[in-house]
Write a protein that binds this ligand. Structure first.
Ligand code: FES
Length: 374
């Protein structure tokens, strides 16, 4: 690779909206990850030197906790089974939205009061709108059904963008996506292609019909893309998922829990240096014991088994209870604890808040009973 060609590629990436910044963490704070910050410094200096980067600070102060009032401006079916829809949101009067980086997500506040998080899957250079894609899950919590029912013109409140799955724009990368987990991965892979990175993509799912964006992905470099479907190839093995991992490169992975567990269990042997992943759905409960939750409003006592989250148990009695990430970082499920000692398994609440509140999606109790303000 010559310096000249690298510079040209970098300028092209900048023109196309690839941003070389480390996003804030899930609470909107600067990241403390030294490796990422070091990479940012090196890449940022390089870009300053060869890319002529003119930093637009118009949105540097955007608070990801502030409400953005947007409307649905587009709706496109993006999987052949017709169960995945891409929705586009824009400001009612048009205009430019805060910037985002591949891997970022939005918190969507739905008209019903539900909140859900979806990865941005559009083009970061297109600042006139945000695109997400949603798979319909008939037996889920109702959020995906409501998202699929949003008509053009519907107003929603959006917070973010936030990034808990940052992409480092350089080096070698293997991207691994399972089903709807392609949404953050497709934004990263498009950026890697624009940057001229050495990349590979393994895309898995139940069947070709179920895979969003397959038509676009199959136009990409054939020697860099593997499509692996359960109905033809069987469940993917560790070799299927990690066989193309680059030595000393990075692996980015988003998909269902079993896929992530396989990758995490075999990552050390694959030769890559860094693993970045985002899961959807709750993490498995590890080391839990059974306990009880009393719902203060009704006196109902809910049994929480050792391998189930408190939120899942509560939802059996109160299906409309608020939640979103189910992983202890968004804060949507926070609830006041009226009696009992929670075992906090998150870092979202401050020690002061933990004295009176808990996040039942991940936190629980070491036996006994909690009385919650529900
Ligand atoms: S649902 Fe996000 S913190 Fe509990």
């Amino acid at each position: 690779m010559s310096v000249r060609s690298a510079a040209e590629r970098t300028r092209a990436a900048l023109r196309n909206g690839v941003r070389f910044e480390v996003p804030p963490d899930l609470r909107g704070r600067s990241r403390g990850d030294l490796a990422i910050r070091a990479a940012q410094a090196v890449v940022g200096r390089y870009v300053d030197l060869v890319g002529g980067w003119d930093y637009d600070d118009a949105f540097a102060v955007h608070d990801p906790n502030a409400d953005l009032h947007l409307v649905v401006t587009g709706r496109t079916v993006v999987a052949h089974d017709e169960n995945v829809v891409q929705l586009r949101f824009a400001a009612p009067a048009g205009g430019v939205l805060p910037s985002w980086n591949p891997g970022a997500h939005l918190d969507i506040h739905l008209p019903s009061g539900r909140r859900r998080q979806y990865s941005l899957c559009g083009d970061p250079a297109d600042r006139s709108g945000y695109s997400i894609a949603v798979r319909r899950i008939p037996d889920g919590g109702g959020g995906s059904i409501e998202m699929h029912g949003l008509a053009e013109g519907t107003q929603v409140v959006v917070r973010g963008p936030r990034n808990g799955f940052p992409f480092v724009p350089g080096g070698k990368a293997l991207f691994v996506a399972g089903g709807i987990g392609i949404t953050p991965i497709i934004a990263m892979t498009r950026a890697a292609r624009r940057l001229g990175m050495d990349w590979q993509l393994v895309y898995t799912g139940r069947s070709r019909d179920s895979l969003p964006f397959l038509d676009e992905i199959e136009t990409w470099e054939r020697d860099r893309v593997v499509i692996h479907t359960d109905d033809v190839d069987g469940l993917p093995t560790a070799e299927d998922l990690l066989g193309r991992a680059p030595r000393d490169g990075a692996v980015y992975c988003c998909g269902p829990v079993p896929m992530l567990d396989t990758i995490r269990a075999h990552f050390d042997a694959c030769g890559a240096r860094a693993l970045h992943f985002e899961r959807f759905g709750p993490p498995p409960v590890v080391g839990g014991v059974p306990f009880e939750i009393e719902l203060a409003s009704t006196g109902t006592v809910v049994q929480v088994p050792a391998d189930e989250s408190a939120l899942a148990a509560i939802r059996r009695e109160v299906p409309e209870v608020a939640y979103s990430c189910q992983q202890g970082f968004c804060g949507t499920c926070r609830v006041r604890v009226l009696a009992g000692e929670p075992e906090h398994r998150e870092r979202r609440l401050t020690p002061d808040e933990q004295r009176t509140e808990m996040l039942p999606c991940v936190s629980r109790c070491d036996g006994g009973r909690l009385v919650l303000d529900l």
